[in-house]
Design a protein around this ligand. Structure first.
Ligand code: F58
Length: 864
């Protein structure tokens, strides 16, 4: 094999010999990286002065936050550099996690936990007379994701670093993340998320590793020096991708992996030819067009809108990342043919699946590899995770749009498809319908490319994210692929990181658990099982309740601050937080609330367990029905919270702008976790796991990971209601008639009629009509069919809640049995079954070994 003229060769840099480097390695004995309280204080003041250019009299809270962030960053650079050096030296096999979204959450607190310096830093800052919590809170949320999929990627990076797996997270550095949600008269309004406005201390720009990305144009064929037929892509636009790196620390390891996010820049910011000819705007046009690519995160979390910019974003980050990986490969002297041995690439949903065609292009067109070898390497490189069962969320790109933007990739996809369909014909001769269903090209209506098919075909493994989801993929959504390649399908039930969603966010519970069973559970979550021994222990139960009450008090004051509402921490905190979608059925919760309200109105002295209903979540800006549901929640809240008959027994709170920061306050304070999607619709859910880990009990359907949560915690410790997936399918097949439920259930009828009558909308009967019509006439998500079962189950919840001992025991058992839902378990399964990768231990030089971060038995594990 010969390399052609446009082979990107690795840059040749000069390097200091390693022994020189070691001599010059920064010692931790001085305050620049020292870990004592005195060192930390001095370093903080220095950073305030030298980095922020401020003295205390003039500094803002944000200056203090920045100074503190830089102080912490100085202390992790040693880990980061040594990790990179170790991987480079050993040419380590590496996971490349390709994801259009990484919903990281604030970094400061998390890094303090990983480095085990939370307590020292808190002391240093407090000593200086500053409010440490306020500084933590000052960090803007890096909202580079919509919901579960983006947050999963972040949890997985945490576990990969903790398990010491060499990893690069690859994605897009959106200038504007997920919009900020506000309410105007109960309606959601969106505001731009300018998270980078005041700078981001956690990232380092690496302009020396920028890459060129091509778009548009056409292809030409030619014969190479051996008379072989070749294709060259002549693009009509070139954009530069510039990487920004963020360190990802493992928990109490020396590993610091990298999240590498790409920003789009114009090759030349300023066109002098245009400027000189008097075209002032034209002079910066290219810059504006190019930089649009990484400008904003698409806020749709359910449907794939065939927007050109979105495909541009996807190709942009995938092309940058693959080029970067070739730079690393060749830079480490590893032959091209071993790309798939060096890298295991995980495609987080179909968004990066264009990588299949891009890798083929690089291998065939640029490196002149023959097709069969290139295809075999490609299939051995990729694995694909599916995150949805909704057909409308499976991405398809119109052929016309695709060909305009990526003409060479379209040709390659046709060729891949051609060979694939030949294979199908051999396995299923004469089955034309199957060919049409499996084809990468959808010929129905506007011709389009099925990205999920490209991902399945180009990957060695396809996985679902919960047991039920994987079964439904096999039987339904991807059944034809399952028939072709049954060996490709695996389940990998999602997980969440206990470092963020327990150690950082629930310090008191962390401390209580650690007092009883030691601190090993933080890295081996299964050890929480030992708590079962204390489930009936009265003293332990009391301490458990006190902690929950403390978290509820904290949340209550936050609620008062944000909404002005006073809620009773002794009431049951019933929480439903997630993106808004009809299938997630936030409005089913609302039907329950109105049912209780109606009961009070009919009988004001009725006995009722006081409940605080807490909602949170954003709706896609263009998802009109979801926005109407938000409006209805706010409208019901207005009426219920003001009605004197209610006498505080019911409170409805909608906390705006649900994000990772807010989530961390909510999970520890929840008594009841609502996981009430229509069976067969939620791929997994991960909020359900975070609640259970924090001792909330779940009311839920047999959907997604709820099935496995119930199995783990025990049926007695889970409130189950509703139709099963099979029953939903049957009901749909047999002609579901929601009106029948409406007419035959007086309590349900009263609820619906109250909404329709304008009771919650100051007499306006039009505003909620579309929602009512949808429920009574169509009800695609079976709310009316599940209503009675849900309301009955909620009565059971009330009954149990009134028995404090029984409830507390169930809560303890939920935590004790949630070990399975650690992202460490999930990542270990990916490593063993999909990526076939081993950990690489990173050894800090001896001068740094005494730093607390390198101690595996590090004393303070939790913020206290
Ligand atoms: C979510 N998907 C699933 N998609 O809905 C949830 O059940 C699962 O637990 C989670 O993935 C993790 O596996 C999800 O969050 C998105 O947000 C996409 C954003 C881009 C457009 C398509 C949906």
């Amino acid at each position: 094999m010969k390399h052609s003229a446009f082979v990107p060769s690795p840059q040749v840099d000069q390097h200091l010999p390693n022994d020189q480097l070691a001599q010059h390695s920064i010692s931790t004995s001085n305050y620049r990286t020292g870990m004592t309280v005195a060192d930390l204080k001095q370093a903080f003041l220095d950073n305030l002065f030298y980095d922020q250019g401020k003295f205390p009299g003039l500094a803002t809270q944000h200056d203090y936050y920045m100074a503190l962030a830089f102080t912490v960053r100085d202390r992790l650079l040693q880990h980061w550099n040594h990790t990179a050096a170790t991987y480079t030296e050993r040419g380590s096999r590496t996971v490349a996690y390709f994801s259009a979204e990484f919903l990281m959450g604030p970094q400061l607190g998390k890094n303090l936990i990983s480095l085990s310096i939370f307590d020292q830093v808190k002391e240093a800052i407090t000593d200086l007379g500053l409010d440490f919590e306020m500084l933590l809170d000052e960090e803007p949320e890096p909202g580079l994701g919509n919901g579960g999929l983006g947050r999963l990627a972040a949890c997985y990076l945490d576990s990969l670093a903790t398990l010491e797996i060499p990893t690069l997270g690859y994605g897009i550095r959106y200038e504007f993340g997920i919009f900020q949600q506000d309410f105007q008269e109960g309606w959601q309004v969106e505001k731009t998320d300018k998270w980078l406005r005041l700078g981001n201390p956690w990232e380092i720009k690496r302009p020396e590793w920028e890459v060129e990305v091509k778009f548009g144009g056409h292809t030409v064929t030619y014969r190479d020096e051996n008379s072989r037929y070749r294709v060259r892509w002549i693009p009509d636009q070139i954009v530069m991708g510039v990487p920004y790196d963020t360190p990802i620390l493992g928990y109490q390891t020396s590993t610091a992996n990298t999240l590498r996010l790409w920003t789009a820049e114009a090759p030349e910011s300023f066109n002098f030819a245009s400027f000189n000819s008097g075209d002032y705007l034209g002079a910066v046009y290219a810059k504006v067009i190019s930089e649009n690519i990484s400008k904003v995160l698409y806020p749709n979390d359910d449907s794939s809108q065939g927007k050109q910019l979105r495909l541009t974003q996807q190709y942009f980050f995938v092309a940058c990342s693959l080029r970067d990986m070739f730079r690393i490969l060749l830079g480490q002297g590893i032959p091209l043919e071993r790309f798939h041995e060096k890298f295991a690439v995980q495609l987080n949903d179909t968004h990066p699946s264009i990588a299949v065609a891009e890798l083929m292009r690089l291998l065939v067109d640029i490196y002149h590899m023959d097709w069969d070898q290139a295809w075999s390497m490609t299939q051995r490189t990729f694995a694909y995770t599916n995150h949805t069962l909704l057909p409308e969320a499976l991405e398809q790109w119109p052929v016309e749009l695709f060909g305009r933007l990526l003409p060479r990739h379209l040709e390659l996809i046709y060729e891949i498809n051609h060979r694939f369909l030949d294979e199908v014909r051999i396995k299923f001769p004469g089955d034309e319908a199957r060919l049409a269903r499996l084809s990468l090209i959808n010929d129905r209506g506007e011709r389009s490319i099925r990205m999920a098919h490209l991902a399945c075909l180009g990957s060695h493994t396809v996985n679902g994210v919960a047991a039920l989801h994987t079964e439904l993929l096999k039987q339904d959504v991807l059944t034809d692929f399952y028939a072709m390649y049954p060996h490709k399908f695996q389940n990998k039930t999602n997980g969440v990181t206990p470092r963020r969603f327990m150690v950082l966010s629930n310090a008191k519970l962390t401390q209580l658990i650690t007092e009883k069973i030691g601190d090993q559970w933080i890295k081996s979550l299964d050890q929480l099982q030992q708590l079962e021994a204390y489930a009936d222990d009265a003293e332990f139960q009391e301490a458990w309740r006190e902690i929950k009450l403390g978290c509820k008090r904290d949340l209550a004051s936050f609620i008062q601050q944000q909404t002005g509402l006073i809620v009773d921490p002794q009431s049951m905190f019933d929480v439903l937080v997630k993106r808004f979608h009809e299938y997630k059925r936030q409005h089913l919760k609302l039907l329950h609330i109105i049912t209780l309200y109606n009961r009070i109105k009919a009988n004001p002295d009725i006995e009722m367990i006081p409940r605080t209903f807490i909602f949170g979540g954003k709706a896609a800006p263009g998802y009109w029905m979801a926005k109407l549901i938000i409006k209805l929640i706010n409208s019901v809240a207005d009426v219920v919270n003001r009605d004197p008959d209610v006498r505080g027994r019911l409170k409805v709170v909608f906390l705006k702008n649900f994000n990772v920061k807010l989530a961390q306050q909510l999970y520890p304070a929840a008594d009841l976790s609502e996981q009430i999607s229509t069976a067969g619709k939620e791929a997994s859910g991960t909020g359900n796991m975070k609640f259970s880990l924090n001792g909330a009990l779940t009311i839920g359907t047999l959907d997604g990971a709820n099935v496995e949560i119930r199995k783990q915690v025990g049926a007695d410790n889970f409130f189950l209601f509703g139709l099963t997936t099979e029953q939903v399918y049957d009901l749909r097949g047999n002609g579901y008639c929601p009106r029948h439920y409406y007419e035959s259930n007086p309590e349900l009828k009263l609820v619906i009629d109250r909404i329709a009558s304008g009771f919650f909308s100051r007499g306006d009967t039009a505003v909620f009509k579309p929602l009512i019509d949808s429920l009574v006439n169509d009800d695609p998500y079976f709310l009316l069919a599940d209503f009675q079962s849900y309301v009955d189950c909620q009565s059971q919840v009330d009954l149990t809640f009134s028995d404090r001992t029984a409830w507390t025991k169930m809560s303890i058992l939920n935590v004790a049995r949630s070990g399975f839902f650690s992202s460490d378990r999930a990542i270990q399964e990916y490593c063993d079954d999909i990526w076939r990768i081993e950990p690489v231990n990173v050894d800090l030089p001896s001068s740094d070994r005494d730093s607390p971060a390198s101690k595996l038995d590090g004393s303070p594990v939790a913020p206290s």
